[in-house]
Design a protein around this ligand. Structure first.
Ligand code: GKR
Ligand code: MG
Length: 434
């Protein structure tokens, strides 16, 4: 076994990358041809390398650079001390910094998640155990995910944007197809479920007027029958009355409804009027939000995301909080690659209760930064990666190429409104639209 006294961080490498992402529509606008991720590698005195992946942008990357100076020389086991050093330096990051977009814009949660996951990867390698064991051990061998459907324009993103790639079949072909109506969504669902074996389906909404999106949910229900659980997520752009009126039509069809409205109080109002559970990754997004979540009764299910909750151990703690207060816990996602997926799978395997299939954007991506290529889904589930730590290794050549993509594409942050304006000039994000 490794000499455990020498696990001090010697180097931190921060590599922004740009990965091909299709033109997916959501309440904030349109996905750009590339999504930005950042790959973090920590190296110890003893040359053990630990890796992680987070959503990237220039602000987060520069915060990571500062964090790198603070954690140099620190022991990878001393995560509490690392956290404190970051808190002292950056100050407390209030939950209001989350922003109105469907994704979390706080910096510190990303930074700590990046460092924590890489430290856990190192610890796992040093002690010869997997990250799931560091989180308390496996409760299951495979972690189920849901098909994540999007309204989308034609194209698969990157250089292929708006051009059809010839000769592709199956999901790669379906991935390029336009889907702007219930028929397109049902076609996308069939292709995705066939390719990956998903047994639950989520539709991202908040794009078109409510009835059109309700019709897509009802068309999915009609096509897949009552045994395939369905969820729908308009990312909080509905008013309370709209949410109550339109969700009533879907009550028989949905296993849960995600963020129909903005804010805990509005969520609580809607929740009182519906017979289906409400889930959120927008109104209860940090431990700071828990007291008001309980007093208002804003949701039934918290969709955790280790990138936004400050890491895997925080997400485990969240699961205990959820159990205490009668919430279920499931998982949120954003466009990502295999390091994030591996971390999600370790966490999903360790959670005591996993009542719902987790979200993942992974089928929409085609790039990869881990050796051996993309992780595989079997009947919609991913097996916990074998081997110590995260069980995945960096493919340095791919990281190099994707870093070049980052430099070439010129994007520095996610801005779905700007992308949408290229298609619909003057289009503006509205926190509440219908
Ligand atoms: O990828 O467009 C997207 C989603 O809208 C994403 O950004 C959300 O954060 O998937 C997310 C959600 O469940 O709200
Ligand atoms: Mg959501």
């Amino acid at each position: 076994m490794q000499n455990l006294s020498g696990l001090k961080i010697r180097e931190i490498h921060i590599t922004p990358i740009a990965i091909v992402d299709p033109p997916l529509l959501n309440a904030a606008g349109l996905h750009a041809p590339y999504a930005l991720r950042t790959i973090i590698e920590l190296i110890t005195d003893d040359n053990i390398s630990g890796i992680s992946e987070i959503p990237g942008n220039v602000e987060i990357n520069s915060a990571l650079e500062s964090a790198g100076d603070l954690i140099e020389g620190k022991d990878v086991f001393h995560l509490n001390n690392i956290r404190q050093a970051l808190d002292n330096y950056f100050g407390k990051e209030s939950v209001s910094k989350r922003g109105e977009t469907p994704w979390d814009q706080r910096k510190l949660v990303h930074v700590f998640s990046a460092i924590e996951v890489a430290c856990l990867d190192i610890i796992g390698k040093a002690v010869g155990r997997s990250v799931v064991d560091l989180l308390g051990g496996k409760m299951r061998d495979r972690v189920p995910f849901a098909a994540y459907l999007f309204y989308k324009h034609e194209g698969a993103g990157g250089k292929l944007e708006f051009k059809k790639e010839k000769g592709v079949k199956g999901w790669p072909a379906a991935r390029q197809k336009q889907a702007l109506d219930p028929e397109g969504i049902v076609g996308q669902a069939h292709a995705m479920c066939e390719a990956f074996g998903f047994q639950s389906i989520k539709l991202k909404g908040g794009v078109f007027e409510p009835q059109k999106e309700v019709d897509s949910v009802l068309a999915l229900r009609e096509a897949f029958g009552p045994d395939i659980p369905l969820r729908f997520d308009p990312n909080a752009v509905w008013k309370v009355e709209t949410a109550i009126q339109y969700s009533k039509q879907m009550e028989h069809a949905l296993e849960y409804l995600e963020d129909p409205v903005r804010g805990q109080e509005n969520m609580a109002k809607v929740r009182k009027k519906l017979s289906i559970p409400l889930a959120t990754n927008m109104c209860t997004t940090s431990f700071e939000d828990i007291p008001s979540s309980i007093s208002t009764g804003s949701e039934d299910i918290i969709l955790s995301d280790h990138h936004f909750w400050g890491g895997l151990r925080n997400s485990m703690e969240l699961s205990r909080v959820c159990e205490t207060f009668g919430r279920d816990l499931s998982m949120h996602s954003n466009s990502h690659l295999g390091i994030s997926l591996a971390a999600m799978v370790h966490l999903g395997a360790a959670l005591p209760h996993l009542p719902y299939a987790l979200d993942t954007h992974y089928p929409w991506q085609s790039d990869e930064v881990i050796k051996g290529g993309r992780l595989q889904f079997e009947e919609g589930s991913v097996k916990v990666p074998q081997g110590p730590g995260l069980g995945v290794e960096l493919d340095r050549e791919s990281v190099k190429l994707l870093h070049q993509n980052y430099l070439d594409c010129g994007l520095t942050e996610r801005d779905d409104q700007k992308e949408m304006q290229k298609i619909e000039p003057g289009w503006k994000f509205k926190a509440t639209r219908w």
